[in-house]
Every structure is written in structure tokens, then in C-alpha cells.
Design a protein around this ligand. Structure first.
Ligand SMILES: *[C@@H]1O[C@H](CO)[C@@H](O)[C@H](O)[C@H]1NC(C)=O
Ligand SMILES: *[C@@H]1O[C@H](CO)[C@@H](O)[C@H](O)[C@H]1NC(C)=O
Length: 389
């Protein structure tokens, strides 16, 4: 355990909580309590190939003060699992199902492959739209695009801005499948966003998120933003000024990789700032997650875990993640409950006011009670699985 995580104050003391609530009678006045709660704004930030040791609170050589702060003020998920690869992990997040149930268990979807998320599976953003949310996706899709009805805008997002394939260039948005097939992959809705490239993608995407927040009325409709960053996947090409603070690091790929993490950190700082500025923060849930473990050959690190991206060792599937929300009263905690990337689907539908038990075929569990009520127990037990099967 990193010292910062261990030092996070533990709020298991229920007496303390009682004293606090007695001292603040206004905060719990019956009138306020009976007001029906508006569903929270949900901001889901997914990074690409960020390993277990690639965040400040796990590693001394990475600077990510914003992420460290948000995690320490929120609920740090220290027993959190994802899939070892991009497409399978993303498919689980967006369907709440294991990839063996969606046919996406065979590695990633390559640009030439006529494959995508099965169109009869109702996605998380579709469910959130049903619950009244305005849904927006910014960044990497990687869930297929060979037909129009595979596109993010046909799979539950009101707006989309980003790249449909994996491994896109951070500045030119060129994407190649072998040497013979290259294309420009930056899309706005269902059209090619010609002329919008040129800027490093973490900055470009953050700017878009800011714009969504600036133009949406925080009181009229709940918002779901899925920011799916291209960072910190290869190529290792961060703008130079971000490498400078790491110039003494001997390992050159790691130096550039660390710089990319710092840019993600700055992006999250800017987004949090915008959440406050435009009135979203107080009724928001921010979730941060990686999609899979890191690839050490290109600067990432999963230490002390064995294995890497693409393997079912812990280094491939144990993810960094946290939840930050002013709506969680007992925050500033480290949760050791088993939580899995498929769990976000039912959890977020529950938060949105939906009835999860009406949806058949989900592999995930609603883990909000585990996150919110500081329970180390989780619905994920082998007994439950046996019952479902
Ligand atoms: C964050 O905001 C600052 C100030 O507007 C800007 O200079 C910087 O490029 C932004 N960073 C990212 C990653 O968006
Ligand atoms: C949720 O759905 C289930 C199954 O349809 C139903 O039995 C239950 O009463 C519903 N719960 C609420 C609170 O509506």
C-alpha cells in the first residue's frame, strides 16, 4: 500500500458521524430530507493502458496531484478489476456483460474487421437516456464502426467527438491497420471532423468536455459524460513542456509516459474546475478508471503486480480506479471490496433512478451500497454467481 493511501483517514467511526450530524441540524432538516433527489451528473473518465503503478498514489515517480487528491477525498478502489485489453474492457463497461456474452472475447476490434458491439444489447448510455440523461461521449470508442448503427451516436450518445479506432496518432489523428491501410480518424457525431486535428488529444478532448459543461444547464437535466482518453497508450508523444519535470528520470520511455499521465492529471484538474464553475460539482459523481494494465516495454508499470496488458495476471487486470463525489458522506476511504468494471452499468443505472432488476442478462452488480456505505462486503460472491447460473 502506498503511504498516502494508508494515511487516508478512516471514517468507520459511526459515533463521530452522529456527533457531526447533531451539530448540523439544518443540514438534516425534514424539509430538505423529503425533497426528491435529482439524479446526479455522472462523469466517467477512462484512461488507456494506465498500469497499477502509474498513478501518484501508488508510485513515487509519477506526479498526479489532482488524481491523488480526488482519490484521497473520495473512495479509492483498491480491489478493482478490469479486463486485460481495450475492446473487451470497454464492451463490459458499456454493456454490463462479460465479453463471452457479447462475442467480443477475441482481442481488440481491428479497423478492417466487420465487427462491433452486438446491436441488440441495450447499452449503458441508452439506459441513461431512458432515465432522462443527456449523454455525451468524448474520445476513444474502439467498439466497432463497420456500419452506421455501430457508431456511438446510434448506441446511446446524444453527441460524440473522438476516434473510432485504437492507436491513433495524438496530433494528426492518423490511424493505420498495417502499412497499407491508413486513414484520418477524428469524428464529430457521424461525420469526419476534418480540420479539427493538430492538437494533442488530451487537450482537445478536455476542451470538448469543458464546452459541454459550459453549454449545459446543470439544473434542468442530468448529464452523463464518458471521457474515454487516448492517453496513456502509445505512441509516447507528449508535448515537450510536460516531459521537462521528469528530465532526471533515466528510463526515457517512462519519462514520456509519466509526462502523459501528468497531462491526464491536468485534464482532470481542468474538468473538476469546470464542474464547479458551471454548477455541476455538488450533485456529481466522478469515476476514474483505467481500461487495462500497462505495457512496461513502452513506459508503463504494474509493479508490484505480475504480468502486463494482455495477460490475465494481476498486472493485466487489476486496475487503478476511484470514485469522487460530494454525495458520498463517508468519503476519504480506501475500499478493499471486490469491484469489477461490469459493475458500473447496474451501479450507474441505479444512481440514475432506474430499476436494475428489470434488466436481464447483466453480469455486473450494483455496488453503490458498497461504495457509499463503506461496506467491505460486496454482492460479488461465488454464492451469488452460483445462484444466477
Ligand atoms: C487546462 O487549462 C489550462 C488553462 O486554460 C490550459 O492552459 C491547459 O492546456 C489545460 N490542460 C488540459 C490538459 O486540457
Ligand atoms: C423493480 O423491478 C422488479 C422486477 O420487474 C419488480 O419486482 C420491483 O418491484 C421493481 N422495484 C421497484 C422499486 O419498482
Amino acid at each position: 500500500i502506498h503511504p498516502a493511501a494508508a494515511a487516508a483517514p478512516d471514517r468507520h467511526d459511526s459515533k463521530k458521524a452522529k456527533i457531526i450530524s447533531l451539530k448540523l441540524p439544518l443540514a438534516s432538516s425534514p424539509k430538505l430530507m423529503s425533497t426528491p433527489k435529482r439524479p446526479p451528473h455522472i462523469i466517467f473518465i477512462l484512461t488507456d493502458d494506465q498500469g497499477f503503478n502509474d498513478i501518484g498514489y501508488h508510485s513515487r515517480d509519477i506526479r498526479s496531484p489532482t488524481l491523488d487528491k480526488l482519490a484521497s477525498e473520495g473512495v479509492l478502489l483498491e480491489n478493482y478489476y478490469v479486463q486485460p485489453l481495450c475492446t473487451p474492457s470497454r464492451s463490459q463497461l458499456i454493456t454490463g456483460r462479460y465479453q463471452i456474452h457479447t462475442g467480443l472475447q477475441h482481442s481488440i476490434i481491428r479497423p478492417r474487421q466487420p465487427s462491433c458491439l452486438p446491436r441488440d444489447v441495450v447499452t449503458l448510455p441508452q439506459r441513461l437516456q431512458e432515465a432522462g440523461y443527456s449523454t455525451h461521449m468524448v474520445g476513444k470508442w474502439h467498439l466497432g464502426f463497420y456500419r452506421k448503427d455501430c457508431l456511438p451516436t446510434r448506441r446511446g450518445f446524444h453527441t460524440y467527438f473522438g476516434s473510432l479506432t485504437g492507436s491513433v496518432d495524438y496530433y494528426t489523428y492518423g490511424s493505420c491497420d498495417g502499412k497499407s491501410l491508413c486513414g484520418f480518424d477524428l469524428h464529430e457525431g457521424e461525420s469526419v471532423a476534418w480540420g479539427k486535428g493538430g492538437k494533442y488529444s488530451t487537450h482537445l478532448y478536455t476542451q470538448r468536455v469543458r464546452k459541454i459543461l459550459a453549454t449545459h444547464d446543470s439544473t434542468s437535466q442530468p448529464l452523463f459524460i464518458f471521457l474515454s482518453l487516448q492517453a496513456v497508450h502509445t505512441p509516447l508523444k507528449p508535448p515537450k513542456e510536460y516531459i521537462y519535470p521528469y528530465r532526471r528520470m533515466g528510463n526515457v520511455p517512462r519519462r514520456k509516459y509519466a509526462a502523459m499521465v501528468s497531462i491526464v492529471d491536468e485534464a482532470v484538474r481542468n474538468i473538476t474546475y469546470a464542474l464547479r464553475k458551471y454548477g455541476f460539482y455538488r450533485n456529481s459523481v466522478v469515476i476514474f478508471s483505467t481500461d487495462n494494465g500497462a505495457q512496461p516495454l513502452t513506459g508503463g508499470s504494474n509493479w508490484p503486480l505480475r504480468g502486463c496488458k494482455g495477460t490475465y495476471w494481476e498486472g493485466g487486470i487489476r486496475g487503478v480506479g476511484f470514485v469522487h463525489s460530494p454525495l458520498i458522506r463517508h468519503r476519504r476511504r480506501v475500499s478493499r471490496a471486490l469491484i469489477h468494471i461490469t459493475d458500473w452499468y447496474p451501479t450507474l443505472i441505479g444512481l440514475a433512478g432506474g430499476n436494475v432488476s428489470q434488466h436481464q442478462g447483466l453480469d455486473g452488480f450494483d455496488v453503490w451500497p458498497t461504495i457509499k456505505l463503506e461496506r467491505n462486503s460486496t454482492p460479488r460472491t461465488s454464492k451469488m454467481r452460483a445462484k444466477r447460473n
